[in-house]
Each structure stands twice: as C-alpha cells, then as structure tokens.
Design a protein. Structure first.
Length: 665
C-alpha cells in the first residue's frame, strides 16, 4: 500500500532561521521576536494556509500563529519569546479548501455564471467545520450553512460576500480541515538569554593592580574602591582575569621573561599552586568570602562581575598530582607544556580532553563553573575555547544553562572564522571578533555587513574589544590619542556589546614591548601596575559620555539595524542604526585617519527613515550637544581628529502639533 503521507500536497522548504539544517539553535533575548520565513507551495492553484508552531522546551502543547503570504510562495510568521531557556518551533501548512472555494466562487459570480451547485459545495465545507468547532462557534457555523443553502436557490448577490468575509471566513479560518497538513520535518530550537547577552558594556581590570604601590599586591577590598570609578564611566560588566593561585614552577618574569625573579608575581593565566586550583582564590587577593562581598558591592554599583575561565594548569596545580591522566605525556614521560610555535608557555600545561578518563575530567571542569556560579558569578569570559574540545563546550554549556539559564558565556577565540562560528553555534552567548584589526573603510564595511546583515547574526553575537592585555594594535601604537577616540566610537556604536581593557585604554597606553609586537611594554599580565586614575588626559569623561549615549538610545542596543551609507571620502565611515518603529535613529560619522582633517558629502535614504526630503530636519550631535539643520539626503561633514574623531548624531524629524507649532522629535 502507498503511505498516507502521499496524500499531503504542500511543500515546506527554505526555512529561515535555520542553522546548519537545524543542527544548532538560533539566539534571541527575552522579549524579542523570532521571525520565521519559508517557501510554502503545492500543486495546482489551491489557496494555502500555514502556521508557525512554537513552545517552551518542557511544555507539552504547541502554540500557533498564522503566517502571511509575502510573494512568490514566500511566507512569514513570528512569535515572541518571553522567558529564558530553550524554545522549539516548526511549521505546518495545508490546502485551505474553504478559501479556495470562496475565491473561485467570487470569480464565477463576477463572470455572471450559474453557481447554485458551487454554493452547495460551500455548505458541505461549513457542515464539516461544525464538527471541529466548539459549541458556540458550531451554532454560528450551522446558521451560516442554512444561509448558504438558502442562497443556493436564488441568485447570489455579490454583496453577500461582505458578510461572509467579515464573519464566516474567520470562523472557517479558526477550524480548518488539516487532515492532510504537512508538518515540517524538523523541530528547530531557539536559545533565549537575558537582555545583557545582546547589549552590554565591558571593562577589564586586573584586581592585583588596585594598589598604590608596585610592590604591594592589590586585594578585593581595595578593588571595591575602584568600582565607583568603573560605574561612573557607564560600564555594566566588570571582567576580571583569573583570580586563582599562580604557580611558581617556570613562572614568567616581567615582560614575559622566561626566568622570574623572586619578587615577580607571574601570569594570572598560570593557574594552580600549593594554595589550590580553579576553585580557589589567590591568597594575596583575599578570601572566598572577600570575593563574594566584592561581587555584592559591584552589584550595588550596577556592575556585574565576569570571571575568566581558563582551563589550563601550572605544573604546581593540584590536578597534576591528583589526576596525572588528565595531561598528555611525551615519550620521556614529561608533561607537554603549552605551545603556539614559536611561542612557548612553559608555565602552563594544557588539559588532555581525549584522556581515557574524559568523563570524570569533563564533569570536574563543569563543576568548576558551577562553583563560581554559586559564588554569584553569572558571566564567564572563556579563555581560548578553540583549543579545547568542541563537544565538551556544547555539553557543558547546555548542562549549565539547563539549571542556570541566566548564565552567559563570552568566547575569547581569536582564531579562524569557521572555528569562531562553530563555538558560537555550540552555545557561547557572545564572541570576540576581528574588530581590533579592521581599520579601513572597506574592511569595516565588509566585516560588519557579514556579522549584522547575513545569516551569521542568527547565532553569532559580536563583542567588540578595542584592546586586550594581549592586543595593542599598530593603529593604537601609531595614532596617539585620536586613534583611541576613533576606536572607542567605532566599538561602542558598531556593536551593541563592546569592551575595553583599562586603565590602559582610557590612559592611552600605546608603548609596545618591541617593534612589530602587539604586546604591551611592562605588560600587566606579568607585573603589578600602578595607574594614575586621575590623570588630566584620561578619556574617562568621553567614555562615560559615550556609554550614556548608548543607554539613552535604544537604536544602539542591538546590531541588526546597522547600515552603511555612501560618503565620498575613503577616510570617512558613515552608518546608521535605528529602532524598528524609527522612533530612534542614530547616525555615526567617523574619521578613520587619526592624523588629518577629512571632509565629505554623505547620502542618507531619508524616505526610509520617514524624513521628508523637502523639509529641513535636525541632526543632534550627542557628543558635543551641537545641533544642525540639514536639507535633503546629501549633506557635508568635516572632522578634525585633534578635536574629536567622529560625530554621533541623532536624527530628529520635524513634527507639527495641533496648534501649528513645529518641533523636532
């Protein structure tokens, strides 16, 4: 016998969003919509109906919303995610027999054809629907069946369709014949995070440098005094490098020297000593209780602590003695230290994820993260996740988010694009990017078009970092203070999430260890630095201004609306972001050359922004508070980097009140 499936006529294909054929989920935050598109079609010319089906993972019943036909067999539907966790969605479509009948009947009536038998076909369809309806709607459908049957014995008035469309069509739409409906072959997933996964401002700080003396190690209690400084600049995430005991064997000296002096403090990423490992606090920072108090104090200042997760060990780490099988051994029975030739990291042992005891290892590493979650940490910046097992991350993140859906993971993976994207698909909430090395107009436009306007945006949330303890770019080294301002404006407006490593950034630290290197001279990775936080040339005021602009303008709190616009100078970059309802439109113009004044004519699609091309409109520079009246889509800008490297404009449209008074909104 032929399978019953052969009676299903509707085809569903080309579904979006769908990551790798449904292998991985798409990402959203609470309150966002999932807009689903698909090609839906069937043989012949029958009318179709389609729904998006969705449910929270764990719920037994599906909710449904009807899709609308766009054009060329393309359909669209949307649902809103209202809570953290996982949602499932799929599609179902069927031949709409009643709508097909009604549309054909209208054509026959308009052509003056005899339709008495055709009307009786409708009667049968309505009677069938009665059996699917509830009692109240069933009575209404029965009444309509009687009316249709009566009409079949007289000339059908075209005006009769008005009542049918207003009352009968919605009822029939509510109780369709879905016996031969096609259900899409996959159930797709959405991971829903809290809003901070989409919009956040990060500040990186070494807690041991919260001190006034280079020979005195900072403590968590001293770090509490630095919290208001970070908070006043408008950041909402304070990221700390590893806070664990640091090994002594093969400890690195200042400026990454292979031999350390007795007073050298070593790298925080060289984790593990006699005092403990990944679940311990460096004793010079304080106690675990001190850390918990620090987290609570940060929350009072509107800051959330992000903690570094670096799964690697020093030779002194307790794991090395307790679980030697978790490390790869060389033929001479020594453990292989970490390498990225020609770089050598003699103070670090990488973990061997392929060990025969992998299940025990994976469970322990997951428990490390759970341990810190229980201390109040809900954000992890993960160090070099691309050098660890993909399958471990997928398993561990899913396990953790099942119990703690509010936890976020940032992937610090400066690696090949496909590897970066794979990590994002596996569950990382945000990802580092190549932003630091994208300096020209062509590079920036091409890269961010890929991140924000392609299918990549469904699973990859960029977090743009101007600098890190490992990355002092040539642009910052050579461009002076204007280069820092340029990169700040770009990071904070191109990306909804961005970060700076401070105080090095706001104090415009730009001395490299040596020519051609991106490593800082006297890098804080290997020594305690004393920073003059009150220096007059600090960028802290400008940073605070930029962060306030971000918080006050919803357009800057997401990435998907980013659009680049023509401007006739290769050193000037022009782009906009806007809210869906166009109530907030932000225009950014940046001079990419930190050394010279540049000017140009930009062009804006005013009609798409709801701005009348024939009337003046206002652009309000949110950095300087200057306001300008522009006319038409083409306008002139000039930027002197010695003053400020860019403009962050808000477009304000002219609005007329009932009293004939104009103002800009």
């Amino acid at each position: 016998m032929l399978p019953e499936e052969d009676r299903k006529r509707v085809i569903i294909e080309g579904v979006k969003p769908e990551v790798d054929g449904g292998r991985f989920p798409v990402k959203r935050v609470v309150g966002e919509k999932v807009i689903v598109e698909a090609d839906v079609f069937a043989d012949s010319h029958d009318s179709l109906a389609a729904v998006v089906k969705f449910r929270k993972d764990g719920d037994l019943r599906w909710s449904e919303l009807f899709m609308k036909h766009l054009a060329n067999d393309r359909w669209e539907g949307a649902f809103q995610v209202t809570g953290m966790g996982r949602y499932l969605y799929t599609l179902e479509a069927w031949v709409d027999r009643f709508k097909t009948w009604r549309d054909d009947l209208k054509k026959k009536v308009a052509a003056g054809q005899e339709v008495s038998v055709d009307v009786l076909i409708g009667v049968e369809l309505v009677k069938e629907a009665v059996s699917r309806a509830n009692q109240a709607d069933g009575r209404k459908l029965t009444e309509w069946g009687v009316r249709l049957e009566r009409q079949s014995r007289s000339t059908l008035d075209p005006g009769f369709f008005t009542g049918m469309d207003d009352e009968l069509l919605p009822l029939m739409h509510k109780y369709p014949d879905r016996r031969f409906a096609t259900l899409y072959e996959r159930e797709l997933e959405v991971v829903v995070d809290r809003p901070k996964a989409r919009f956040s401002s990060w500040y990186e700080m070494f807690p041991r440098s919260c001190t006034s003396q280079a020979e005195k190690h900072g403590t968590f209690k001293e770090c509490e005094a630095r919290l208001s400084y970070v908070s006043r600049m408008g950041f909402d995430v304070l990221y700390l490098p590893p806070i664990h005991p640091i090994g002594r064997t093969n400890r690195k000296g200042k400026n990454n020297q292979p031999a350390a002096l007795p007073e050298d403090v070593g790298s925080p990423w060289a984790i593990g000593a006699a005092e403990g490992g990944h679940k311990s606090v460096h004793p010079q920072l304080g106690t675990l209780e001190d850390f918990r108090k620090f987290v609570a104090k940060a929350q009072e200042q509107g800051l959330e602590i992000a903690l570094d997760i670096a799964f690697q060990c020093t030779p002194d780490h307790p794991y090395v003695q307790e679980h030697p099988e978790w490390f790869r051994r060389r033929p001479d029975n020594t453990i292989q230290y970490a390498e990225n030739p020609p770089k050598k990291y003699e103070d670090i042992y990488p973990i061997h994820f392929e060990t025969d005891n992998w299940q025990e290892l994976w469970t322990e590493l997951k428990e490390v993260m759970v341990f810190w979650i229980r201390q109040g940490v809900k954000i992890f910046r993960v160090d070099n996740p691309h050098t660890k097992s993909f399958r471990f991350w997928e398993w561990a993140i899913q396990e953790i988010k099942r119990e703690y859906p509010e936890v976020l993971f940032l992937a610090e993976a400066f690696t090949r694009p496909k590897v970066m994207y794979r990590l994002a698909k596996l569950g990382f909430s945000q990802s580092y990017t190549y932003f630091a090395w994208r300096n020209t107009k062509w590079e920036i436009t091409r890269y961010f078009t890929e991140l924000c306007r392609s299918d990549v945006r469904e699973f990859f949330r960029p977090n743009l970092w101007t600098n890190t303890p490992d990355i002092l770019t040539e642009y910052l080294q050579m461009g002076g203070r204007p280069a820092f301002v340029t990169r700040l404006i770009l990071a904070a407006t191109l990306g909804a999430s961005y970060g700076i490593y401070g105080p090095a950034f706001e104090l415009c630290e730009n001395q490299a260890k040596e020519f051609g290197s991106e490593e800082y001279l006297d890098s804080e990775k290997y020594q305690i630095r004393v920073w003059d936080m009150d220096r007059g040339d600090s960028l802290r005021q400008l940073i605070g201004r930029v962060n306030r602009i971000r918080k006050e303008n919803p357009a800057l709190q997401s990435d998907w609306s980013l659009r680049f616009h023509p401007i006739d100078n290769e050193q000037l970059l022009c782009y906009t972001k806007n809210t869906e309802d166009l109530s907030n439109i932000v225009l950014v113009v940046v001079n990419l050359d930190p050394h010279h004044i540049h000017s140009g004519w930009l062009e804006l699609p005013l009609a798409e922004f709801g701005v009348d091309e024939d009337r003046p409109y206002q652009v309000h520079d949110l950095l300087s508070e200057a306001r300008y009246l522009w006319n038409g889509p083409r306008n002139y800008v000039e930027i002197n980097p010695r003053e400020v490297s860019g403009h962050i404009f808000r477009l304000r449209r002219r609005v007329r009140t009932e009293r004939d008074f104009d103002y800009f909104m």
